[in-house]
Design a protein around this ligand. Structure first.
Ligand code: ASP
Ligand code: MG
Length: 423
């Protein structure tokens, strides 16, 4: 058998009936076996489901957002399929199941588990609609439940992949089907070995595509996006953003680490390990070649790369007695961050203080500050932006002074980071 091709379509690329028709046009000349098509939930469905789950958790009325979500999906079906098509009933049934699963009393200690049980409905819906539509267009393909294949531990909302089990499941259950027809499946979702539903974390569908690629030793992965490829900056924030024709895995991985949202951070590693090329290209303008991320011997990039992370919390921990910051204190800080699963994006120490810029999480933040207050005097700022410039030029800082007050900066030979408080 030839090596498989993996395509991934994100929420924006399937956001309405028109977009799903566009997807079928993209596949018209490209559909082949073996191939796996990984899809995200339609448009902003995951956000809507998050709202429903949270309301259910707080015992608030969730019927209105649920109704809206149902109507949106059924309207898409009406636009895509004739009235007598079976899909209308099938989607209706998925919503009945969701409704049913929202009803029983909930275990107040396990929000993350409940979240993972329900949030994957978005991908279930989109994958059913897309597979049915492709078949309707005579682009025959098979629907596959990804939860039978992507096996994980039970770290709900950020599950870790059990690679051996996943690999085995893919070889046994998916490979034989792939010989016959292309597969349509869901990104983002998995299951534990005992059958509990899990997810790989928000925007995790890219990672799903990489998992399939790695286990199948795929020829190439393509992520279809609403941007022309990987740019050196977010074009919404920088009008002169440049497109890369190609990037080395390492450079691409670092970009995602600093916050480039074009690819999910966990995507690159499994691909790099097997030297599977990743192409990021536009679903809007299919003539563009996009960006190829692969192994490039002696890759040297000098183009500056800008990433901006919003919603940062900057915490400064100051010693209260007359000691200086030492390893023991750093260890305590890191242990607490690790225990709480908080992610630091920048850490700076001085003689008497430690400053940390991190992704804000209101619930975990409280716990962290509480733990730290045992050892330190605490100051913090919220709602900040963290700008990272790789391969910066000397004059780079000046342009950010217009963004607000720069309250912390850190420079290495290759990278400049600024924490900015908007004006
Ligand atoms: N639908 C999920 C999300 O919006 C996963 C994804 O799109 O990759 O986070
Ligand atoms: Mg998405």
């Amino acid at each position: 058998m030839r090596k498989a091709i993996i395509y991934k379509f994100g929420g924006a690329s399937v956001k309405n009936a028109q977009a799903i028709k566009n997807l079928s046009i993209i596949l018209f000349n490209r559909l082949q076996a073996p191939m796996v098509i990984v899809v995200s939930a339609i448009g902003k469905t995951t956000n809507a489901l998050e709202e429903i789950v949270e309301k259910r958790w707080k015992n608030e009325d969730y019927h209105e957002p649920l109704l809206t979500l149902r109507q949106t999906h059924l309207a898409i079906c009406r636009d895509l399929f004739p009235q007598e098509d079976l899909i209308h009933g099938a989607i209706h049934n998925v919503f009945l199941n969701l409704q049913r699963e929202l009803e029983p009393s909930i275990d107040k200690d396990n929000y993350d588990e409940m979240y993972d049980r329900l949030i994957g409905y978005g991908e279930l819906l989109s994958s059913k609609i897309i597979q049915a539509y492709l078949c309707h267009e005579k682009l025959y393909c098979i629907w596959q439940d990804a939860r039978e294949l992507i096996l994980t531990d039970q770290s709900f909302r950020a599950a870790r992949v059990l690679w051996e089990d996943t690999n085995l499941a893919i070889q046994r259950q998916l490979l034989p089907k792939m010989k016959q027809l292309p597969i349509v499946t869901q990104g983002f979702v998995g299951a534990s070995k005992s059958g509990k539903r899990t997810t790989l974390g928000r925007e995790g569908s890219d990672f799903s595509a990489a998992i399939f690629a790695s286990c199948l030793d795929a020829r190439e992965v393509t992520i279809w996006k609403d941007v022309p490829g990987v740019l050196n900056a977010d074009p919404k924030l920088f009008h002169d953003a440049l497109l890369f024709d190609e990037l080395d895995y390492k450079e691409a991985a670092e970009m995602t680490y600093y916050g480039a949202s074009v690819i999910h951070p966990r995507t690159i590693k499994p691909l790099a390990n097997k030297e599977i090329p990743l192409r990021v290209r536009s679903f809007v303008d299919q003539d563009l070649k996009g960006t190829l991320i692969h192994h490039i011997e002696g890759f040297h990039n000098h183009t500056p790369i800008y990433t901006v992370k919003k919603g940062q919390l900057l915490v400064t921990l100051e010693v209260t007695d007359f000691t200086f910051i030492n390893q023991q204190q750093l260890l305590e800080v890191y242990q607490s961050l690790h225990r709480l699963g908080l992610r630091t994006n920048l850490l700076q120490t001085s003689a008497i203080s430690i400053s940390i810029s991190m992704d804000d999480d209101r619930i975990k933040r409280e716990r962290f500050l509480e733990e730290m207050s045992l050892h330190f005097k605490i100051r913090y700022n919220e709602g900040l932006q963290l700008v990272t410039v790789k391969h910066y030029r000397e004059e780079a800082k000046a342009q950010f002074e217009a963004w607000g007050e720069i309250i912390l900066e850190q420079w290495t030979r290759s990278t400049m980071q600024l924490v900015i408080k908007a004006k």
